[in-house]
Design a binder for this molecule. Structure first.
Ligand SMILES: NC(=O)c1ccc[n+]([C@@H]2O[C@H](COP(=O)([O-])OP(=O)(O)OC[C@H]3O[C@@H](n4cnc5c(N)ncnc54)[C@H](O)[C@@H]3O)[C@@H](O)[C@H]2O)c1
Ligand SMILES: [Zn+2]
Ligand SMILES: [Zn+2]
Length: 345
């Protein structure tokens, strides 16, 4: 089968690999119909994710059709259409019983990281019963790819951890797919203001269309000062970091209101300063987290009922044979205006 294989920092190859087989009773093999590329895949390719070893098939998002199941799989059978969570969970260990699936002692974020992922014709999914979700008949499967990772991540790590509330002020630093997913799902709670910060005017324009009340281009002047000016000097009650570099975490620290929360979502590849000498008296909370994806069933309902339009995050489509072009398009978003690229296997 065709698969996109990580070859070490800066290198990837579209290769011919053996089709995966069921290895444990709880496994399912899924024939991928649609997958996508995440900002985290770009982090892996930069060498930021040490757990991902050369030779691993990339990708942790997608939808597909069950090809085969192990003897222990009770919920799914061959032919069923399924949504793949980016987090594999056994459902039984301590962290899983506490709904912290990202810390499953034998699962978590393993797909496209420590085991072969979804950017291939087939993928083996461990703990299929608790890591796959049935796709409702008639659903827009392309839109559901947004539920594997980005919508739950924006919602759980950004909106819920950041405690977005009715009438509050939200600032989101990073208007990529994750920042935009936070923007869409923050609106469940009707904050009064949502300010988006990015370097890319196109992404800021998208943010305005998706409901941002103001935007700040951090390439033009002091972004933190602009956010402070927009909030009458108060800052944001919820500040969401959706980039993953020291400069953007600094903006978050500079604009969080007294008593507010900085919800970090970005994957950081290097050491970041925490300005405790200033923040110690500011009554702030800083949260971090890897997505648990416990919100997938709830978010699926909001997509099905059209409370959120997940499909509007999709800008480009490629066949799996052209996944290298898809990576180029996704990585050069400032020129290509790409948000999420769908890859059809
Ligand atoms: N915590 C989790 O579970 C989790 C899950 C998925 C993704 N992530 C991470 O979330 C982050 C965002 O993901 P994405 O897919 O949206 O990535 P992306 O690379 O598409 O988007 C990042 C955005 O940040 C902007 N940016 C870069 N430098 C900036 C600066 N100095 N000021 C303002 N904006 C700046 C870019 O223009 C871009 O729009 C990544 O770090 C990704 O790895 C975390
Ligand atoms: Zn991801
Ligand atoms: Zn577990």
């Amino acid at each position: 089968m065709l698969a996109l294989v990580y070859q070490g920092p800066g290198q990837k190859k579209l290769d011919d690999r053996a089709k995966p087989a069921v290895q444990a009773p709880g496994d399912a093999v899924v024939r991928i119909t649609k997958t996508t590329i995440c900002g985290t895949d770009l982090h892996i390719l930069k060498g930021d994710v040490a757990t991902c070893k050369p030779g691993t098939v990339l990708g942790h998002e997608g939808v597909g059709i069950i090809d085969s199941v192990g003897a222990g799989v009770a919920t799914f059978k061959p032919g069923d259409r399924v949504l793949i969570s980016c987090i594999s969970s056994c459902g039984r260990c301590g962290p899983c019983r506490e709904r912290m699936y990202s810390h499953c002692t034998t699962g978590g974020w393993i797909l496209g990281n420590t085991i072969d992922g979804t950017q291939a014709e087939f993928v083996r999914i461990p703990y299929a019963d608790t890591s796959l979700y049935p796709i409702p008949p008639g659903a827009d499967e392309e839109a559901l790819v947004m539920l594997s990772d980005i919508l739950p991540t924006g919602f759980e790590c950004g909106v819920l951890n950041g405690k977005v509330q009715v009438g509050s002020t939200v600032a989101i630093v990073g208007s990529g797919p994750i920042g935009l997913a936070a923007l869409l799902t923050a609106q469940f709670y009707s904050p009064a203001e949502i300010i988006m910060v990015d370097l890319d005017d196109n992404r800021l324009e998208v943010a305005r269309r998706f409901g941002a009340t103001a935007t700040v281009n951090s390439a033009k002047g002091d972004a933190a000062q602009q956010v402070m000016d927009l909030t009458g000097g108060r800052g944001g009650d919820t500040v969401i970091e959706a980039v993953g570099i020291p400069a953007t975490f600094k903006i978050c620290q500079d604009v969080v209101a007294a008593g507010g929360t900085v919800a970090n979502v970005g994957v950081h590849g290097c050491k970041v300063d925490l300005e405790l000498e200033r923040l110690w008296s500011h009554n702030v909370t800083i949260t971090t987290g890897l997505v648990d994806t416990f919100s997938i069933p709830m978010l699926l309902k909001t997509v099905q009922s059209k409370r959120i339009d997940a499909a509007k995050l999709i800008t480009h489509r490629f066949k799996l044979e052209r996944i290298l072009a898809a990576y180029d398009t996704f990585a050069q978003a400032a020129d290509t205006k790409a948000l999420k690229v769908i890859i059809e296997a």
